[in-house]
Design a protein. Structure first.
Length: 348
């Protein structure tokens, strides 16, 4: 099989002296219950941080990358036979997803109706929005919620979950096309920051401030979000993509006036990292799967069909997909279609 692995810690993934080929040896896998053939893998902003070694200081090259995928079960360990069957389609959230074949514990694989990439969007992007807004956002009907990068992989879900909670939602994006998409999923005020001044919009249209911010950009957008908080406001930091490709991962800044700004408004800034909330994960997935089945949750995917070099197909296109994300060109969750070589299905 082929896997996407890095031989060094790069500033950008394409600079990581990448190896994508290795031999598959089935005798290595008995401790791990499920082997599946990847159909699609998901691209996340955090792939850059992980590949740079910022998430796990103990990580040493070479190492596999990727966090999520959807595909077909082609091999089972004895302990997995009660949960899964050969030929079943599953989605999973586990390290090393960028591979033609992936071995994961059965408890990290979830049966899904088909290997469509839409199900993959729930694993990280959807779960992050669902749990963060529920646990940290503490949404109340009638509140105003600001979602930055709202037309992206996780932003699209934050918009929809905030609307389900009865909130007024403001979403930021970079094009009129994305603004149109946001309106189609219920966003009350889509702000194309390439055409409008976000700060001016917030000051003029929301003079009392916003109650909750779902923030993933960082830098000046974070500063603007802090200044726009209402009394008792909650700013949830789920990322800071603007700093991920710098040498340090984020610019060094002093607290400055942040403490007094929070004090004056009885406001808070709360960080969210999905692995710290795994106790809520199954409930979140179950709820989202029910919404999908009912047709009440939009899961927009970007397969690269509009990218300059075309659709993202094969592990080699992970580079292009990551660049597509950081260029802000995606609409929805970016996914890569994987075309694995044939493998004889079996129990391990």
């Amino acid at each position: 099989m082929r896997v996407f692995a890095l031989k060094s810690f790069p500033k950008r993934m394409k600079e990581g002296n990448t190896a994508v080929c290795c031999a598959f040896e089935s005798h290595l896998y008995p401790p791990f219950p499920v082997l599946y053939a990847s159909s699609f893998v998901g691209i996340n902003a955090s792939d850059i941080n992980y590949s740079a070694g910022r998430y796990d200081p103990s990580l040493k090259p070479p190492f596999d990358c990727g966090f999520e995928g959807v595909g077909e079960v082609v091999g089972l360990g004895l302990s997995a036979s009660a949960r899964h069957t050969i030929g079943e389609t599953v989605a999973y959230f586990s390290d090393g997803a960028f591979a033609e074949y992936t071995v994961v514990p059965a408890k990290k694989a979830m049966a899904v109706p088909s290997a469509k990439p839409e199900f993959l969007t729930l694993l990280v992007s959807g779960a992050t929005a669902y749990i963060a807004l529920k646990r940290l956002g503490e949404l109340t009907e009638g509140e105003t919620v600001l979602v930055t990068a709202a037309a992206g992989g996780t932003g699209q879900f934050a918009v929809q979950f905030a609307k389900r909670a009865g909130c007024h939602v403001v979403g930021t994006c970079s094009t009129d096309e994305k603004a149109g998409f946001l309106k189609s999923i219920g966003c009350d005020r889509a702000v194309n920051y390439a055409a409008e001044d976000l700060g001016q919009v917030l000051r003029q249209e929301y003079p009392k401030g916003v109650d909750v911010v779902y923030e993933s950009v960082g830098g000046g957008v974070f500063d603007l979000a802090v200044n726009s908080l209402a009394t008792g406001g909650r700013l949830i930091v789920i990322g800071f993509i603007s700093g991920y490709q710098s040498a340090s991962g984020v610019a060094t800044v002093k607290g400055g006036t942040l403490p007094i700004k929070l004090l004056q408004k009885s406001a808070s800034v709360r960080g969210f990292f999905l692995p710290h909330f795994l106790r809520d994960y199954q409930e979140a997935l179950g709820s989202m799967m029910q919404m999908v089945a009912q047709g009440t949750l939009v899961c927009e995917v970007d397969c690269g069909d509009q990218a300059q070099e075309g659709r993202f197909v094969g592990l080699e296109s992970v580079f292009r997909a990551v660049d597509h994300l950081y260029a802000g060109k995606n609409l929805g969750k970016i996914v890569v279609e994987v075309a694995p070589a044939p493998f004889a299905s079996s129990k391990l």
